[in-house]
Design a protein around this ligand. Structure first.
Ligand SMILES: [Zn+2]
Length: 320
């Protein structure tokens, strides 16, 4: 089965089994050998092999962001790619135009996007391009790839929620400012989080932006709320990797928390207030910029076309 996940602005898609639509069926191969993909330089690091046309230094931000994601996933979730796993192929095209051209040729069915992840059998591939959000896009799609290598059957909401959580750099610690800004409006309009409903989603194309926000919020709550939440998530992930307890997270949470939705709402509010307070404190610590309160004695600017010569400006400077 081929799985692909992708993102367009803030919209991502997980396409399941579209191999027969796009590329054929059992013999399908991701188009890694095409001239439309960068192949001139390869950077092998950790579980990744990064392909680019321009040489990429080992300490390039893109490489560092992938490395730190691997460390963060292991430290937070205990997830690491099993030894002997084929490297995750990461193709970074040189421009949005090159990426669009590649997509039009190989994946004409897919809407416009900035990046996507595609898995087929043991092969995991991330496609994206050089742009202002390269690191964020890489981290989002590489999270899917790393999770897929360790636990290929994760529920859709959790797969996306974790990718949204880890897409920001390590310093952000899972905070997603965009989601944090919108969720209070969702709650204000009467929306009540419902993990069971999220668990019933099977088609990424039916996931709304609010579903992504809710998925992120559950992940953030589980990892940063009461310790029992993180314990439930970690045991769920462990069971997903083996043949453990198949019961969903919503049922596990109810054991220690009779109303997790209410706790999630107050967690989001608390997180938002804390991040606003942190931003205010940061602003206050910034050195005060002082402006001169006396006007400078500036010689009148000569009218355009009559700019003073170099020597004229020097004489003016010395009051001559
Ligand atoms: Zn995604």
């Amino acid at each position: 089965m081929l799985q692909a996940s992708s993102r367009s602005s803030r919209h991502r898609f997980l396409l399941v089994a579209f191999a027969s639509l796009v590329l054929g069926c059992a013999t399908v191969k991701p188009p890694a050998a095409t001239a439309l993909l960068p192949t001139q330089h390869q950077t092998r690091t950790g579980p990744y092999c990064v392909f680019t046309n321009a040489a990429m230094p080992p300490d390039a931000p893109a490489i560092r962001s992938l490395q730190s994601l691997e460390r963060q996933l292991e430290a937070t979730l205990g997830i690491r790619v099993p030894p002997g796993t084929e490297p995750i192929e990461v193709y970074i095209l040189e421009s949005p135009e090159a990426f669009r051209h590649f997509l039009m040729f190989y994946f004409p069915e897919l809407p416009t996007r900035r990046a996507f992840f595609l898995a087929q059998g043991t092969r995991r591939v991330v496609y994206t391009y050089q742009g202002g959000r390269l690191e964020e896009d890489l981290r989002h799609e590489a999270t899917h790839a790393l999770l897929h290598a360790a636990a290929p059957e994760l529920p859709l909401w959790l797969d996306e929620g974790l990718a949204e959580y880890f897409e920001g750099d390590e310093a952000r610690d899972g905070l997603n400012a965009e989601h944090l800004a919108h969720l209070p409006d969702d709650f204000e309009s009467g929306f009540i989080p419902d993990l069971k409903r999220l668990e019933s989603l099977r088609d990424v194309r039916k996931m709304t932006p609010r579903d992504y926000r809710e998925s992120w919020a559950w992940v953030h709550y589980l990892l940063n709320g009461p310790a029992s939440g993180k314990a439930a998530l970690l045991s769920f992930l462990a069971d997903q990797r083996g043949e453990g307890d198949p019961s969903p997270l919503s049922r596990r949470l109810i054991v220690t928390d009779s109303d997790p939705a209410i706790r999630l709402i107050s967690h989001v509010e608390h997180t938002r207030e804390a991040s606003l307070a942190a931003a205010r404190a940061l602003r206050e610590r910034e050195p005060t910029v002082r402006f001169q309160d006396r006007a400078e004695d500036v010689a009148p600017v000569p009218p355009q076309g009559k700019r003073r010569s170099f020597f004229g400006r020097i004489t003016g400077l010395f009051g001559m």
